[in-house]
Ligand binder design. Structure first.
Ligand code: 5GP
Length: 187
């Protein structure tokens, strides 16, 4: 894999611009602020992909809230879902009685989310809900739907705004698709 010195040169197409992303995060935060007023909100960010979204969302919420993180295994360097979910870092806080909002970067097969929901539900939170930035909206049988969703996107591998390819491109401020040459194809 070859990463250009200027990462923007590796992007074939910008799917969601920075302005559109930020505006959507603002409106999601407004909806969440309305729904969680007077509740004991705990934001659970899923590392590492959800970091940018989590930070931007939290900054726009005027509510008192707690923040915690989980790290789970994802694709490695490949672009296909393995369906295998492994907890690399668990929560630091007890979630019993809390209104837990899982902040996730992207839903592909939905397997990660389904696993997380089942895993956290066993710890008796007052409520357990999902806020996802992106959804590829594949045909999924009975997988959890997020209560809050940023965007539906086509079934393409995307990077930026927290999402990586081989751990790079997370710091792009927009959501984009890589040129095939980055994967060592089309040259
Ligand atoms: P799922 O379990 O829903 O198939 O996969 C969810 C996880 O796979 C996401 O949290 C993310 O880490 C990874 N993922 C799924 N689609 C993409 C994608 O298009 N780009 C990147 N960078 N990661 C993805």
């Amino acid at each position: 894999m070859t990463v250009s010195n200027n990462m923007h040169d590796d992007i074939e197409e910008v799917l969601i611009t920075e302005d559109v992303l930020q505006a959507r995060v603002t409106s999601l935060a407004a909806a969440i602020a309305e729904d969680y007023r007077g509740k004991d909100l705990l934001l659970v960010g899923i590392l590492r992909g959800a970091i940018m979204f989590m930070v931007d969302l939290a900054k726009r919420l005027p509510l008192p809230l707690d923040i915690d993180f989980m790290a789970i295994s994802s694709y490695g360097d490949a672009t296909e879902s393995s369906g295998v979910v492994r907890i690399l870092k668990d929560l630091d806080e007890d979630i019993g009685g809390k209104d837990v909002l899982i902040v996730e970067d992207i839903i592909d097969t939905g397997l990660t989310l389904r696993y997380l929901m089942e895993y956290l539900a066993r710890r008796n939170p007052a409520s357990l809900t999902v806020c996802a930035l992106l959804d590829k909206h594949k045909d999924r049988d009975k997988v959890v739907e997020p209560a809050y969703l940023g965007f539906r996107i086509p079934d393409r591998f995307v990077v930026g705004y927290g999402l990586d390819y081989a751990q790079k491109y997370r710091n792009l401020p927009y959501i984009g698709v890589l040129k095939p040459s980055v994967y060592g194809q089309g040259e």
